[in-house]
Design a protein around this ligand. Sequence first.
Ligand code: BTN
Length: 255
Amino acid sequence: MFNIEEFDIKLDTDFIGRNFIYSDEVDSTNSLLLTKKDFNIDGTVLLAEFQRSGRGRKNRTWISNAGQNLTFSILLINEIKENKANHINLGASLAVAQALENLYQLNVELKWPNDVLISKKKISGILIESSSKGSKINRLVVGIGINVNQPNFPGKFEIQPTSIRKEFKSTVSREKLLSEILNNFEIIYYQLKKNATKILNDWRNRCKLIGEKIKIVEEDKILNGVFEDIDEDGFLLLKVGNKIEKIYFGDVSLR
Ligand code: BTN
């Protein structure tokens, strides 16, 4: 059982998570916050103990044992420009990384666009979705799944999953972890509004693939090149021969 009081004591935000909805079971926390217009408070966080159809990037599924992990979404309803959504995407993975470093001293690696890895295994994934009014995004949902206390991961995966319990060798408080992530996320969100440089640099410092030969797979297209950098909008810059290509989507792996 998630202890809301324990979570609330540690929450130190102005608006992120101040409206907190706890649910036993939903289809997907992202889908609910995106489609149900009754949810209209900026910063609302919806946490579910179980998702019947948790979703990942590229129509993949996100499978997570009931009651052991964190599957939640954050609703942002201020007007957000398209390129800012990408900043928030990177910022969310940074907020998770910082929480894992601060609370458990884990060595975290970030993989473009928004996977959080430990020892090359996936501990957290993020799915950002939005709805627009005219040319502006008016609802942005940041969905975060973290493997917290799940002891094992049977099955086949594109990237092998792991959990905090497996890496830290102990079960941990989901309440403390969630409040830490939301606290970090709000600071990052405010920083991004002013100037994204620091956040982009913090992200770069945790990305071990910059400078490496990588392969990008997007649907049936494969691109080989060197991971040059991310640009000021957070898109990947791939050096192919002596040309730089900007990559907006795709799965990155070492060549
Ligand atoms: C990925 O790695 O492809 C992203 C996974 C995102 C999973 C989270 S769990 C909470 C939120 N609700 C969903 O249906 N998906 C996200």
